[in-house]
Structures are given as structure tokens and as C-alpha cells.
Design a binder for this molecule. Sequence first.
Ligand SMILES: C=C(O[C@@H]1C=C(C(=O)O)C=C[C@H]1N)C(=O)O
Ligand SMILES: Cc1ncc(COP(=O)(O)O)c(C=O)c1O
Length: 271
Amino acid sequence: MDSWVDGQPADVVSLKDRGLAYGDGLFETIAVRSARPILLDRHLTRLADGCARLAIATDLELVRHELLSYAAAMGEGVLKLILTRGDGLRGYAPDPAAQGRRILQGNPPAAYPAAHAEHGIRLFPCNTRLSTQPLLAGLKHLNRLEQVLARAEWQDSEHAEGLMLDQAGRVVEGVYSNIFLVRDGGLITPDLKRCGVAGVMRAEILFQAESLAIPTQIADISLEQLQWADEVFVCNSVYGVWPVRACAALSWPVGPLTRKLQTIARALLDA
Ligand SMILES: C=C(O[C@@H]1C=C(C(=O)O)C=C[C@H]1N)C(=O)O
Ligand SMILES: Cc1ncc(COP(=O)(O)O)c(C=O)c1O
């Protein structure tokens, strides 16, 4: 399906775009099923948070309308929204009056091996560390070089995802996923106040767990806590939940709480 730029079919953007020049923007990657964007409100809530924190002027109701129209035309697949601060001249100073540029791209459904969900995955222990920047922590902004460097650390098919730590050695997330530990029947997921992306599926899993009276904790997590977890899983808004079976010398079974939440996530994504 053709891409749209500011609501019109187009496959080019200005060379002056600040998203291209400085990564000055945000993006959302949204599963589309039966012509509907899945977890749209959560995606728009994160986008709105990013626009507010970066002071990118955006008509979010217009973005919602365009996403719904584009998804209706797509039918099935993965919809990518890239929102930049629009055009700028040379120099970092943002123009407070600039209106955000909206880029919509349609992609085929993700074709991950069924074994990832069924049998679980191995995580590659990435050497690339996530830098600390609370002003950007949680946002799905366009500065993804740390993920690019981390993903370039492995080329084999044995590892479906990577594990990323921060510079203090805390467990933060995957390269394109968030991570959860299960311990004594409760969930623990890393605190993302320093770095990391606050995933839409992470938010949904926390909500669903609380609805099921499953204890949840957002906290700093060490590698030792990861080692002693009863279960580990990763999640994102495209594939849902994948059990984690191993990372380097560490290993875990696929546990019942992972399966319960995986079933809930799958039902949302197959809606
Ligand atoms: C990197 C992108 O989005 C992330 C990757 C996935 C995926 O590969 O499953 C899903 C959502 C995001 N965490 C992207 O280029 O859209
Ligand atoms: C670095 C990173 N962490 C986590 C996630 C998971 O986010 P979501 O659940 O919104 O797909 C993503 C996906 O965009 C990501 O790129």
C-alpha cells in the first residue's frame, strides 16, 4: 500500500525534514487486524506524551483519523507512523510554530517463526549499553542507533532477540521488546525512568495482570534477579508475548503465567 505524507499518498519527504536531519521525531509501530489498528488508544497516549515532552505541535485527533483511515485501507499488516517536527533550516533550534509531519507506511504482517511463541526464544547478551537520559526515557523517539548497534551484534538465527542493559548493568529491555520476570507468582518489569521504550504491550500486560490480581512491580532489575526468575518473557505490540528460554548461560522454563499472559496478548492481536 502507498505511503501517506500529511494525509496524501506520497513516497518522498523534504530533504529539510528534521526527522531525517536530527532524528527529531517519534514513531509508532501498530498491528492492524481486520482493518483495525490494535491498541490504538495506547499508541496514541504514548505519542501524545512524546509530542508534549518534545514540544512537537500535533493535531492528535487528525493523527487518529488518518491512522484509522489508513488501517481500513490496509486490512492486515503492520502500520508505521513516523511523526517528525517537520522542516527546519540548519541548526538544532526547534521552531515552536512548526507543525509535525505525519508519515504513514503500510507493511506486511510480521512473519516470525511460530516456534518463538510456542517453544520460546534465546536472547543474545548485547554488549551495547543503553545510555541514561531521563528527558527521553520511555519515548519511542527516532534516535535508535543504540538498538541498531545492538541488533548488529548477532547475525545467527539462534537468537530471536537481544537483552540490553544500561551502563550500570541493570536489565532494561530487549532490542525491540520489553522484558518481564515472574517470581513467586508476581510480575516484575524494569523501571524505565532512565532509558528504554515504555512499550504499548508492556502497559497492556501490566493492566491485564492487575485486573487478574497478579502482583506487579516496576523496579530496577539486576542480572542476578534475572538469573533467579521463575519465568522470563519479552513482549511488543506486533508479536505479543514470547517466552524466554535462555540468555548466555542462564535458562528458564516456559511457565504458566507467561502462557496466561501470552494467551491474553494473542487474543488482542487476533481480534
Ligand atoms: C523497530 C521497529 O518497531 C519495533 C519492532 C517491532 C518488531 O520487529 O516486532 C515491533 C515494534 C517495535 N518494538 C520498526 O521499525 O517499526
Ligand atoms: C526499543 C524498544 N523497546 C520496546 C519496544 C516495545 O514497544 P511496543 O510494545 O510499543 O511495541 C519497542 C518497539 O517499538 C522498541 O523499539
